[in-house]
Every structure is written in structure tokens, then in C-alpha cells.
Design a protein around this ligand. Structure first.
Ligand code: BTN
Length: 320
């Protein structure tokens, strides 16, 4: 079906005969795939006896739609698009273990067991959101992997700005917030031994089309459509993320990552409550280090280092 879609995306009339020859299937099989695409909302005209023409695309996350006009060298090459999966992170880890190249993107319409940070779930119904995971193979020591999460957050924030005009900020370590509400969460998982990192999967969930959020998170979360008043194309947003990811990697290589991240930080300078298994404390967020930890000045004036893995940071004046 994706091969057929790729051939129709140019918008030209394509003959059923040519399609069947190029794809090595019968004309009846071509017709069946056309029907499957129509059932997913693609408007495909039958043009006389000649063939088919695609006249409108739904807000689809199929690989050929995202790949249309994609300007990247390696990010999103390839794209593995699934209708449903338990978790794109779990599937990406499996593909990474089988040798999938850096840049492989796993994306799904729906997750049946979406995972969030600190052992929580991630509600993942179809049609409204983006659930995607990028496979990375960084040449870094395991202690430096947290920096990748800053990099990923910056790329998502820039992509959201570009596609919606909302000024996206980053709540440390990597929640993306717009107008003080969380629109995106990330879960990075690494496969490493003591010396080296084999691979990292960067899982990203973005709220896009929800008209309202589930009651339990409606005070702290929102969707891009709710906040922008528009309708954001999910494929265009994924494309923008992949392009921004490559640009942010180049920026990091030039030593510019931290300055750009700090500029977008909604946490630096804020009064925060750090909730850790070892106990909570209140303080002012002062700095984010190259290795990705947060330095918080507590009420006794001591600078305390906070690692992302085990804490929740809450703003004292609301979610951020
Ligand atoms: C958070 O708790 O804020 C992180 C949420 C991360 C959710 C995304 S959705 C795509 C990827 N697959 C998962 O199972 N989780 C991440």
C-alpha cells in the first residue's frame, strides 16, 4: 500500500496497468490497495479506463506522506509506519538490536501500551497525536546520554514553532510547553554497557488534534490545535522535527547546543519543587549542565545537582 501511495503522491494520473507492472501484482490487487487507501481517507479518482489520480490526502502518518519533500540525509531514513503497536519505543529497541541504522524512525497511529517517564503510561488513542521513536547511535560515554535528551527537546520545540507559530519552551529535562501547558513528552532509553552506548531510542509523544484533554491531565496538558486555534498537519510536523534534529546535531557539533537550549528553557530562574525518591526540596533552578543535569539552589543557598532519571520538577506557580 505504501509503494502504491508513493507512486500516486505526485498527483498525476497513473495507469492501473503501469502500476500493476511496476509493483509486480495483478490489476485486481492494485484496485484492492486503492480501496484500502480510500478507506484511510485518501481521495483517489478513477480516471476513465486509464487509471488513478490522488486528489486529496488525509492527515496521514504513512511513510510516503512524511517523506514527501523531506530534506534530511539520515534522520527518518527509513521511516517505519505502523497502524498500531504496543509502544514505538519497544519496537524501536527491537529494531535497533537487529541493526537498524541510526535515523530509523518508528511511528504509529496508536499505541496499546505507550510508556511515559518514571514508570507511568502514556495515553495513546489513534488519530489525535504523534507517537514516534528515533533510533540513535551516538559515539558518547553512557554518562553523556542525558545531553541527547536536551538535543531532542530542542529539535521538537523548534519544529513546533515552525509549524504552529506557538513559542514552544522546554521544561527541564524535555517536556515541551506552550502557554504553560505540556504538549509533548519524551522518553529516552539507552542500551549500553559500562564503557559505551550501543544505541539510544528517543521516544516522543505530541498532543496534536485533541479538542480537550482527559480529565486527569486537563489542568497541565493541552494539544497544539487547542493552543494555536489551527489544525496542525502531523506529517508536516514530523518532517519539521526530522529536519530540525539534523540541524540541532550540527549546532551541537559547533558547541552551540547549550546556549540554544538555555534560551528556550522554561525552568531556568523558576522556583521549583524537586520531588525525588530520597525526599523533596524547594529551590530556584540556576543552571543546566552539559551532561543534562539541573542545578537547583536550595533554601540554604546550596547548589544541588538533580539528575533527570529519578525526579519530578514542579513549578511553584503552576505546572512549569
Ligand atoms: C513523559 O512521561 O512525559 C514521556 C512520554 C513519552 C511518550 C512517547 S509516545 C512515543 C514513545 N513510545 C512510548 O511508549 N513512549 C514514547
Amino acid at each position: 500500500m505504501e509503494e502504491l501511495l508513493g507512486k500516486l503522491l505526485g498527483g498525476q494520473v497513473v495507469s492501473g496497468q503501469a502500476l500493476s507492472e511496476e509493483m509486480g501484482v495483478t490489476r485486481a490487487a492494485v484496485w484492492k490497495q486503492v480501496e484500502q487507501l480510500r478507506a484511510q481517507g485518501f481521495a483517489i479518482e478513477s480516471v476513465g479506463r486509464q487509471g488513478y489520480r490522488l486528489t486529496a490526502c488525509p492527515d496521514s502518518l504513512l511513510a510516503p506522506v512524511i517523506e514527501q519533500g523531506l530534506r534530511t540525509k539520515w534522520a527518518g531514513r527509513p521511516i517505519v509506519s505502523l497502524r498500531t503497536v504496543d509502544s514505538t519505543n519497544r519496537r524501536a529497541r527491537e529494531l535497533a538490536a537487529q541493526g537498524a541504522p541510526e535515523g530509523t524512525l518508528v511511528i504509529a497511529e496508536e499505541q496499546t501500551a505507550g510508556r511515559g517517564r518514571r514508570g507511568r503510561g502514556w495515553i495513546s488513542p489513534p488519530g489525535e497525536s504523534i507517537y514516534m521513536t528515533l533510533i540513535l547511535r551516538p559515539d558518547v560515554h553512557p554518562s553523556q546520554v542525558a545531553g541527547l535528551s536536551l538535543q531532542t527537546a530542542l529539535a521538537v520545540a523548534r519544529a513546533i514553532d515552525r509549524q504552529t507559530g506557538l513559542a514552544a519552551a522546554i521544561k527541564w529535562p524535555n517536556d515541551i510547553v506552550c502557554h504553560g501547558k505540556k504538549v509533548c513528552g519524551m522518553l529516552l532509553e539507552m542500551n549500553a554497557d559500562e564503557q559505551s552506548v550501543h544505541d539510544v531510542v528517543a521516544g516522543i509523544g505530541i498532543n496534536v488534534h485533541q479538542k480537550r484533554m482527559p480529565e486527569e491531565i486537563e489542568k497541565t496538558a493541552a494539544s497544539l490545535d487547542m493552543l494555536s486555534g489551527g489544525v496542525c498537519s502531523r506529517a508536516a510536523l514530523v518532517r519539521a522535527f526530522l529536519e530540525e534534529y539534523e540541524d540541532v546535531c550540527a549546532l551541537a557539533a559547533r558547541g552551540g547546543l547549550m546556549a540554544a537550549y538555555r534560551e528556550r528553557s522554561a525552568t531556568l530562574g523558576a522556583r521549583v519543587q524537586v520531588i525525588a525518591p530520597a525526599g523533596s526540596f524547594v529551590g530556584t533552578a540556576r543552571e543546566i549542565t552539559e551532561s543534562g543535569s539541573l542545578l537547583v539552589e536550595d533554601e540554604q543557598g546550596r547548589l544541588r545537582e538533580v539528575l533527570a532519571a529519578d525526579v519530578s520538577v514542579r513549578g511553584l506557580m503552576g505546572y512549569v
